[in-house]
Ligand binder design. Structure first.
Ligand SMILES: [Zn+2]
Length: 309
């Protein structure tokens, strides 16, 4: 903590005493509060208190960096940098900010240095990201059959969705499962195509083998930021809905047979947004739910089992 409490500082005894008889620490505290610039006066103030959750993350997890800014004057939001990437922090309660660091199966496990900048201060923290083994699929494609290509339009719209970093936070509490079907393909599955490891591929979501026409609900509240259809050129995604949950967190729901919402709608957790189908590049009816955090596909399951709020 940067200083003693205000109650201590305004204790009338302090005012009555001469400066000469107050101990050194108390003088500094008193002056610091009057000037409201304790750092400039060389106090041992720690303006940023940083907490990282979970403390034992594994690849695919979303790492929350919670920052308490103790400065009396509100400055700009802190930022969090890992390697080359800087992530925004958004206010989640007065003077408390949070930044999400996505991790993916494409990364190497090991130590990450997290640099937190704010209130003119910088703090470095090290965290250990554990390795995780993801299931592997071996796909054999006949010669000349590499599947469908996405259109430029669908790629552009989906890229815009994943890039959203809306300051508002729309979700509350743990996420819901978006479809009642069993999980058919888990997040993070890696693939070999014709015996060759696809180093940039991982299954960027969780698949649910719900029956054709079964309900798809949004796992959390948000704003519908994307509605796309096969007829508009969504050849790979099929009929698709994207929900912006805010603060860099977005969901995408693919291969729908029906869509019940329109762009700009605000949806509540559990609200029906469409129905399972096999539109786009799908071999059978299923829901693909992708959860993106600051542009990267993360494991959605911790968002259901834990409360990332
Ligand atoms: Zn999928």
């Amino acid at each position: 903590m940067p200083m003693t409490t205000m109650t201590d500082a305004i204790n009338p005894q302090h005012k009555l005493r001469g400066v000469g008889i107050i101990n050194h620490a108390k003088i500094k505290i008193f002056i610091g509060i009057m000037a409201v610039v304790p750092i400039a006066l060389g106090l041992p103030a720690k303006a940023l208190e940083v907490q990282v959750i979970p403390n034992n993350p594994q690849l695919g997890d979303t790492i929350s960096v919670v920052i308490e800014a103790n400065a009396q004057e509100k400055t700009s939001n802190p930022t969090v940098t890992v390697g080359e990437k800087t992530y925004p922090a958004f206010e989640i309660s007065p003077r408390q900010y949070r930044s999400f660091i996505p991790t993916t199966p494409l990364e190497k496990a090991g130590v990450r240095t997290i640099r937190v900048s704010g209130d003119g201060q910088e703090q470095n923290l090290s965290i250990q990201v554990r390795d995780r083994k993801f299931p592997v699929q071996r796909i054999t494609l006949p010669p000349g059959k590499a599947g469908v290509d996405a259109t430029a339009y669908e790629l552009k719209r989906v890229a815009e969705l994943k890039a959203l970093q809306t300051p508002e936070k729309y979700w509350h509490g743990a996420f819901l499962t978006p479809n009642a079907g069993r999980t058919s393909t888990k997040y993070g599955v890696r693939r070999y195509y014709n015996g060759e490891f696809a180093k940039d591929y991982y299954h960027r979501g969780q698949d649910y083998a719900g029956a054709e026409g079964s309900s798809v609900v949004t796992p959390a509240a948000g704003r519908v930021a994307l509605v796309g259809t096969v007829s508009q050129g969504f050849r790979v995604h099929g009929n698709v809905v994207g929900v912006d949950h805010g603060q860099g967190v977005v969901s995408i729901f693919m291969h729908l047979s029906r869509i019940n919402v329109k762009e700009g709608d605000f949806v509540k957790a559990g609200q029906k947004i469409g129905a399972v189908g096999s539109t786009g590049a799908a071999t059978g009816p299923h829901l693909h739910w992708g959860l993106y955090v600051n542009g990267q596909s993360v494991n959605p399951l911790p968002w259901i089992s834990k409360k990332i709020d």
